[in-house]
Write a protein that binds this ligand. Structure first.
Ligand code: PEP
Ligand code: MG
Length: 539
């Protein structure tokens, strides 16, 4: 069976299908017999041990990769799995002839209800963790193995309704061969993650995903945008051939990795990487990144259940600053809202979240979030060449207010005797208002970076995640190009650089157009860098 969707990240793959558990599994049996009690008690004990071992391994791995905040979640999950009270509550139920898979789920529900009723917001949010853990123990008891993403031990194609950044972050390196999701578009976050992981993704296949969830093997082509369930031998051979050809194509681009790309007219174009986490820095340098054009800090906040402290943020920003040395690293302040929810912050449901309280709007309203982030950036700037950039700016007033908060943070740090570094401040041009007022914004900015993903969605009034609006999700639209031109003209008149960090920057057919409009820097998913440098060099 063939499913078509949106080709969101190039490449092909064939591999076993993996469907991560969503919600709790259905218990296979409700009751057991008296004679089974002893064996079932033993099975329960073994399932707890297996799940706890798996969780603690994931925690260790994340800690080794520098994701301390996320590792802490797993510490909590291990504690939960090994909780003696939870165990005795389950054992009691088994003694009363309830099946262990049903008993652990029931106890999980009880615990979760207790957590959810707590006044403390942090503890209330633990309800989902409990259900997650008891669901895994139940799945383990039913011989399905732990079905959470972190348990993926065989390289597989992941099939899911949708995948949040916190989901993709849990997958061990090399274990995801590709993604197929029912929801999403080219610029939704699962697509962005797939591109930075360098693996194929087909998103937006719609409800038909259900039809392939039972497949044993899946073949996907993330360039063309289709997936085939249980492919026959001929198809597998064809995919192997395509995969070989793509590998050759990539190898041929290797010579461009560390080139300093210039056009034939001698225009030097810097090609930088977009990062979602500090752990991607080394890979990005290997792909040839000449800097970081966009460090999406929100993933640091979304990968966990509580807010990262100023010190934790300082560590993450410093790690990237150190890795890149003299090369610039543009740190974008928190851009949640829209399709990105933030655990630990009260976000009211909005009718139009993409037109709602997101980006700089939220930051200016929540100094308790904004200031620690700015302080962390100013401190980390002492360790490298950091710049700060504000998302979703719609007018000069917002930029002025943000810069004022930055100055306030600098004064505070200085009076505390804390070391800081210089940071230039820039603006993302991703609302039509910012593009139309680029001349005014340029007076107050050291650089611009055009976020074509949002600029397209707001200019064309086309939700970036809606798979039915594919025709309009394209930066190559005269109205969008006109706004990009206007932005570049304003930047040039003010003598400031203007980059593009939206997905269009990595698209070979868009690069000549963007440069023609006056763009001076391109920033993209790291694996796309060599190809972009080749395109620039051949212009
Ligand atoms: C953009 O909008 O183009 C952009 C780069 O930001 P994000 O995709 O994180 O919204
Ligand atoms: Mg954006």
């Amino acid at each position: 069976m063939k499913l078509t969707g949106i080709g969101a990240s190039e490449g092909v793959a064939v591999g076993p299908a993996f469907v991560p558990a969503t919600g709790n599994p259905e218990p296979e049996r409700d009751r057991i017999t008296e004679a089974e009690v002893q064996t079932e008690l033993q099975k329960f004990k073994e399932a707890v041990e297996a799940v706890a071992a798996n969780l603690s391994e994931t925690g260790d791995r994340l800690r080794a990769a520098g994701s301390e905040g996320e590792a802490a979640i797993f510490d909590f999950h291990v504690e939960m799995a090994e909780d003696p009270e939870l165990a005795s509550a389950v054992e009691e139920r088994i003694g009363n002839l309830e099946s262990p898979e049903a008993a652990v789920l029931a106890v999980g529900e009880e615990y979760a209800a207790q957590y959810a009723a707590m006044d403390d917001e942090y503890l209330a949010a633990r309800a989902d963790d409990v259900l997650d853990v008891t669901g895994q123990i139940s799945a383990q008891l039913m011989g399905r193995g732990a079905s959470a993403l972190e348990a993926l031990k065989t390289p597989s194609v992941v099939l899911a309704h949708s995948l949040a950044p916190s989901d993709t972050a849990r997958i061990q390196r090399g274990m995801a061969l590709g993604f197929v999701t029912a929801e999403g578009s080219k610029t939704s976050h699962v697509s962005i993650m797939a591109r930075s992981m360098g693996i194929p993704a087909v998103v937006g296949v719609g409800p038909r995903l259900e039809d392939i969830l039972t497949a044993k093997t899946v073949a996907i082509d993330g360039g063309e945008g289709y997936a085939i369930a249980d492919p026959d031998a001929k198809t597998v051979a064809e995919f192997e051939r395509m995969s070989g050809a793509l590998a050759e194509e990539r190898a041929a681009l290797d010579e461009y990795r560390h080139v300093e790309a210039s056009t034939s007219e001698g225009r030097r174009i810097e090609v930088a990487a977009n990062l979602g986490s500090a752990t991607e820095a080394e890979d990005a340098l290997e792909w040839g990144a000449e800097g970081v054009g966009l460090f999406r800090t929100e993933f640091l906040f979304m990968e966990r259940d509580d807010l990262p402290s100023e010190d934790e943020q300082y560590e993450a920003y410093s790690a990237v600053a150190r890795a890149f040395g003299e090369k610039h690293v543009i740190v974008r302040t928190l851009d949640v809202g829209g399709d990105k929810d933030l655990p630990g912050i009260d976000q009211v449901d909005e009718d139009n979240p993409f037109l709602g309280w997101r980006g700089i709007r939220m930051s200016l309203d929540t100094p308790e979030l904004f200031k620690p982030q700015l302080r962390a950036i100013l401190r980390a700037a002492a360790n490298g060449n950091l710049k700060v950039m504000f998302p979703m700016v719609a007018d000069v007033g917002e930029l002025e207010a943000a810069k004022e908060t930055l100055q306030e943070c600098r004064r505070e740090l200085e009076s505390e005797g804390v070391e800081t570094g210089e940071v230039e401040t820039g603006v993302m041009i991703e609302t039509p208002a910012a593009a139309l007022h680029a001349a005014q914004l340029a007076e107050e900015s050291a650089f611009f970076s055009i976020g074509t993903n949002d600029l397209v969605q707001y200019t064309l009034a086309a939700d970036r995640g809606n798979e039915r609006l594919r025709r309009l999700q394209n930066a190559d639209h005269p109205a969008v190009l006109a706004l990009i031109r206007q932005t570049c003209e304003a930047a040039s008149a003010a003598g400031i650089p203007v980059g593009v960090c939206g997905e269009a920057a990595g698209e070979p057919e868009m690069i000549p157009k963007l440069l023609e409009l006056g763009v001076t820097e391109l920033s993209m998913a790291a694996p796309q860098i060599p190809r972009a440098k080749k395109v620039v060099s051949e212009l």
